[in-house]
Design a protein around this ligand. Sequence first.
Ligand SMILES: NC(=O)C1=CN([C@@H]2O[C@H](COP(=O)(O)OP(=O)(O)OC[C@H]3O[C@@H](n4cnc5c(N)ncnc54)[C@H](OP(=O)(O)O)[C@@H]3O)[C@@H](O)[C@H]2O)C=CC1
Ligand SMILES: O=C(O)C1=N[C@H](C(=O)O)C[C@H](O)C1
Length: 295
Amino acid sequence: MTRPRSVPPCPRRAQGDDPPRKRTGAPCARARKERAVTIRIGIAGIAGRMGRLLAEETEVAGAVLAGGTVRPGAPIATLPAGLPVLPDIVALCAASDVVVDFTHAHAARAHALAAAETGTALVLGSSGLSATDEEAVAEAAKRVPIVYAASFAPGVTLFLAVAERMAAALPPEQYDAEIVEMHHRQKVDAPSGTAIALGRAVAAGRGTTLEEAGRESGRDGHCGARGTGAIGFAALRGGQVVGEHTLIFAAASEHISLTHRNFDRRVYAAGAVRAAFWVQGKAPGLYAMRDVLGM
Ligand SMILES: NC(=O)C1=CN([C@@H]2O[C@H](COP(=O)(O)OP(=O)(O)OC[C@H]3O[C@@H](n4cnc5c(N)ncnc54)[C@H](OP(=O)(O)O)[C@@H]3O)[C@@H](O)[C@H]2O)C=CC1
Ligand SMILES: O=C(O)C1=N[C@H](C(=O)O)C[C@H](O)C1
């Protein structure tokens, strides 16, 4: 199914701020090696904000765009002309080496099952998955390789690692962890997948889970004092904010905070296409973006 191709451009190009080559040469070399062979990428939700960028980035990276799907029942007349739309997710999987899915949480289970049944690798970026959805994805990952990430931005991947280390160093009895995120007005889930991933990273750094630590979100009215060790979430929505996340550790006498801001969602698309090249041919398993980036 694969054929040799020439070396594509370094994926960092899409991020706009090419870091100095001497310090970052290794990841680019690795990315080139990942792309030494071309693949067929299928895009679930190809008409969406991310879907359209994923189609562009697939071609920028020199992969073959196998086609895409749209929401079942979506009025075809309203879709942009010329979209290579296949009838359903099974047909898309059959035509692709890797399917990239940035659609909606409600589709994750069916898409993971279709990937498993057709032996197709999956890159999953949808957010707002329930625990049951995530179990279904983990089950599918016993049969095919799946990269599942709340954010495919390299900066967020590093942020998650740093958050875990900060949390390990700052005792929960003294440092309250609060996560604030802001996104565009169209976003349908809250808190964002990235905010939840940050909460999980903080909990892991503290040797616990987000569920055990306790999640406090949507404080309003007489909600009581915050719980010691709990992890707080606040979600802001407005305008066309691509994605902003701040993690705050607040103690009585000091605060420390870390912020990631994304100005262009093409960063997510380029990261997901990079993950697609990486995941092709891997053993079945559930992988994260830190595996793709070798962090
Ligand atoms: N992990 C990451 O790095 C990132 C993740 N995301 C996540 O990706 C998802 C999509 O975001 P975004 O592109 O902004 O949202 P959009 O609403 O613009 O796009 C989603 C698209 O998927 C379509 N769709 C819904 N259900 C299905 C289905 N069952 N099969 C095929 N297509 C379907 C929608 O159709 P319709 O409009 O007709 O409902 C829509 O066209 C969200 O969950 C978001 O949080 C976003 C950015 C980065
Ligand atoms: O819906 C979005 O736009 C985004 N969703 C992801 C999330 O929920 O974290 C990633 C990014 O923040 C953009």
